[in-house]
Design a protein around this ligand. Sequence first.
Ligand code: GTP
Length: 305
Amino acid sequence: MSWMDRLRGGFAKTAERIGDNLTGLATRQALDTSTLDDIEEALIASDLGPEASRRIREAIAARRFEQLDERGLRTILAEEIEKILAPVARPLEVTGFPRPHVVLVIGVNGSGKTTTIGKLGHWLQEQDYGVMLAAGDTFRAAAIEQLKIWGERIHAPVIAGKEGGDAAGIVFDGVKQAAATGIDALIVDTAGRLQNKSHLMDELAKVRRVLGRLNPEAPHDVVLVLDATTGQNALNQIKVFRETAGVTGLIMTKLDGTARGGIMVAAAEQFGLPIHAIGVGEGVDDLRPFDPRAVARAIAGLPPA
Ligand SMILES: Nc1nc2c(ncn2[C@@H]2O[C@H](COP(=O)(O)OP(=O)(O)OP(=O)(O)O)[C@@H](O)[C@H]2O)c(=O)[nH]1
């Protein structure tokens, strides 16, 4: 399957949900206020968020249709979603110098963090960057093991310690070894616990302090991994992690098979944080840079442009 097919497959349920919510509305003869209200409500019910839904409603109202049909509605939807998504689409770039460029990856347990680190590492390797992984989530042995498995899978060295070890120490070793071996990007797994914010903050602060001592510009990226299937909860996570961890960008995962892909639009509208990539599966190739036009058309249920 091509990447585009997988993307469309991934967003099929979201598009279906939006389609279901809009069914019947497009065929109404008059584009009166009550139809526009219903369209706006349908979009909010599809997780696009109140602000984006209002903008799309206004765009539809401004077109002065003779008669609105479903295709027309989907086309406007795709255009307006693209306008919201385009400003936040920004692939992760390995710019940090001296090397390594350090990427801290944060997110609640189960968000797809470790899987995303593996996929992100592979994506950077495909661009000829040397990648190293650091197991900074020292709270659980399983997290360390899982990162090692991903390291083997993508043939990337993994810096890891023991369960309960010092995350900052791992990160320190990671930077030193990466610098010594000519690694371009160090991707750091971290422990994510929303329910224990102060601990998370203390640990991240320590990791940052240690990094800053090695290179004042590190970490170069603080990427929050979000599970799209959690819907509105993902927005709450952005809010909390932005305040506590200085998030610089997002990766949205599990967009395959969820009807809640609309949440990306709400996230872009509400926070304006860069979206680096999206995950549409568990395979090593299932993370791709975020293409706003392709995603907007997939969400709207339209074929690729
Ligand atoms: N369908 C699908 N599953 C995914 C995707 N990304 C991750 N997963 C799965 O989601 C589950 C959790 O992923 P992990 O990478 O273990 O998540 P984590 O945030 O590191 O979680 P912990 O290791 O429990 O902290 C795993 O079963 C992954 O295979 C994705 O894009 N699509």
